[in-house]
Structures are given as C-alpha cells and as structure tokens.
Write a protein that binds this ligand. Structure first.
Ligand SMILES: NC(=O)N[C@H]1NC(=O)NC1=O
Length: 175
C-alpha cells in the first residue's frame, strides 16, 4: 500500500480506476483491500461524507464472522520494546500518536499481558482508535472491555474500526 504524501480532492478520487483507488484506500480498514473495492463501486462521490457512508455501510452489513476476521487483521498495540517492523505505516503513526513508542519496559510488559489475556478470551486482538487515546486510557479500556460478552465486544471493536477508518480517510482527502 502506498504511503500517502499528497492529499487528493474528491474530483481526483472520482477519476481513479479500481487499482489506483485501492492504492489510496486499500488500508483504511487495516489489511482489508476488499473494503476499498466495495466502496469503489459506489463512485462517484459528491463529498467526503459519501466515502464515510460507503465504509460504514460496508462494515455494518458484513456478517459477525467477517467482522471477527477484520478484527483479527489488526496488530496488537505494542510498546517501543516490541517488534514493530511489520506494522503498516498507518498503524505505526497511530500508535505513536497515543505515545506507545514512549512507554517504559514495565508498561510494555503490562500491555503485552493485557493484550494476551484479551486475545485468549475473545480470539481477536484488542482494537481501539489509538489517535483518540493515550497509554492510560488504552490500559483502562482493555481492563474494562475484557469483561464484556463476546458479541457485544465485537460491536464495540467495530465502532473503533470505524473511527480508525474515518481518520485514515481524512488523511487521504483534501477538503
Ligand atoms: N490493535 C489496534 O487497535 N490497532 C489499531 N488501532 C489503531 O489506531 N491503529 C491500529 O492499527
């Protein structure tokens, strides 16, 4: 996936063919280019809201099993002592914005244990919009959300996926 250096206008988005569109939007849902292909079919867009609506209707109309597959594609939120080379550029920047690259060895270990406990219970990683959070609110959220019932937790996690996608769309579109 290409790293976006220059934002594009809605008119430019509307002129993209499917492969180019996927280059730009293929990671608005982490590792899920099929979401971009589904939205491409909704072209032309009048404005950025149409693109938001496309992704929201994609995410809300897939099955529970597909939602879980999407959640599974997300990397763990990881401290600076973890191996982050396999993170997408988007994820790396988002995790940095929550300050995860600054946390201590002890905090990294705590986060790793919380992530592992969460994955053991639900079978998918803990997902939260890092750009809306700090290390403190992330740790608090994992501790709270691990108590949820599974289907409810999938719903909460998918709302976070929506928030991540909205911000990634904002990074691409020049308003
Ligand atoms: N695990 C997880 O929440 N990962 C995601 N969150 C976010 O803001 N970017 C991600 O990749």
């Amino acid at each position: 996936m290409q790293s976006i250096t220059k934002k594009i206008t809605i008119q430019e988005v509307n002129s993209l063919n499917e492969p180019s569109f996927t280059q730009f939007f293929g990671n608005i849902i982490e590792h899920c280019p099929s979401a971009a292909i589904a939205i491409f079919k909704k072209k032309p867009f009048d404005n950025i809201i149409d693109i938001y609506d496309g992704i929201i209707s994609f995410l809300r109309n897939i099955s529970l099993k597909e939602k879980v597959e999407i959640l599974k594609m997300h990397p763990d939120l990881a401290g600076k002592f973890e191996n982050t080379v396999n993170l997408t550029i988007e994820s790396q920047k988002e995790q940095q914005s929550a300050g995860l690259h600054l946390i201590s060895l002890d905090e990294t270990e705590e986060l790793r244990q919380l992530n592992n406990g969460y994955k053991l219970k639900f079978g998918f990683p803990f997902v939260i919009c890092a750009r809306d959070n700090t290390i403190v609110s992330i740790v608090r959220a994992i501790k709270e959300r691990i108590n949820n019932e599974e289907e409810y937790e999938v719903g909460i996690s998918m709302k976070e996926v929506e928030k991540i996608a909205m911000k990634r769309i904002n990074d691409i579109i020049n308003l």
